[in-house]
Design a protein around this ligand. Structure first.
Ligand SMILES: C[S@@+](CC[C@H](N)C(=O)[O-])C[C@H]1O[C@@H](n2cnc3c(N)ncnc32)[C@H](O)[C@@H]1O
Length: 197
């Protein structure tokens, strides 16, 4: 199952891996530091993970969010975590040993195919930290459509973002967000959005 909280040295090492990859791939990683525990807790709450069986995380990075989401999920819940960055996936494979976690080195646009390959007809919730404002042209729209197509009716899409560019992509498909708030106990402060299908 999920490991206990990290020691300071382990957290520092994880932040260093994140920072290095943020410098190498700034548009893909988006920020220079992983999410704070306050932001992670807030995301798990608004996503109502405690009652979800089939959850998806887009952009787990070095896994602080992933560990938080696994803690919140029920014992019979499952989490598929998808990241385009191979270094992050290799780190997660070594670091998190939880039978409820399925790791995929892939791109979020392929979410419907990934669910199909995993034998999931749909998912209950998608949580995304992908920096939508810096994705190449067309990719953001494709990812958004994939998220919508993959969610069950009534399913939840949660995005935590520096900017509100994600609204321009999500609102035409999902309608207005059902929740919108800024979490200031994170560097940088992060906007949280929730849409319902
Ligand atoms: C801001 S980081 C979030 C990391 C982590 N969840 C956190 O909050 O600390 C964004 C992540 O999205 C990933 N990413 C960017 N574009 C992606 C795509 N098209 N498909 C899947 N992951 C992507 C990056 O590699 C990175 O790990």
């Amino acid at each position: 199952m999920t490991k206990p909280p990290k020691t300071n040295a382990a957290s520092l090492k994880e932040s260093a891996i994140f920072f290095k990859n943020a410098l190498l791939k700034p548009k893909e990683v988006g920020y220079i530091l992983p999410s704070s525990r306050y932001l992670i807790r807030r995301i798990a709450e608004v996503a109502e993970l405690a009652s979800k069986k089939h959850a998806v995380e887009l952009g787990p990075g070095t896994g602080g969010t992933t560990r938080g989401f696994l803690t919140a999920l029920p014992a019979d819940g499952k989490l598929i975590a998808i990241d385009v960055n191979e270094q992050f996936i290799l780190h997660l494979q070594k670091d998190i040993h939880d039978p409820r976690l399925i790791l995929c080195h892939d791109s979020a646009e392929r979410l419907p195919e990934i669910l199909q390959e995993s034998g999931w007809p749909h998912c209950d919730v998608v949580i995304s930290g992908i920096p939508f404002s810096t994705l190449p042209d067309g990719i953001g729209q494709a990812v958004m459509q994939s998220i919508y197509d993959s969610l069950c009716d009534g399913g939840t899409f949660v995005a935590y973002q520096l900017r509100d560019h994600v609204s321009r992509l999500a609102t035409p498909i999902f309608g207005q967000p059902v929740f919108k708030k800024k979490e200031v106990r994170n560097f940088p402060p992060m906007r949280l959005f929730v849409w319902q299908k």
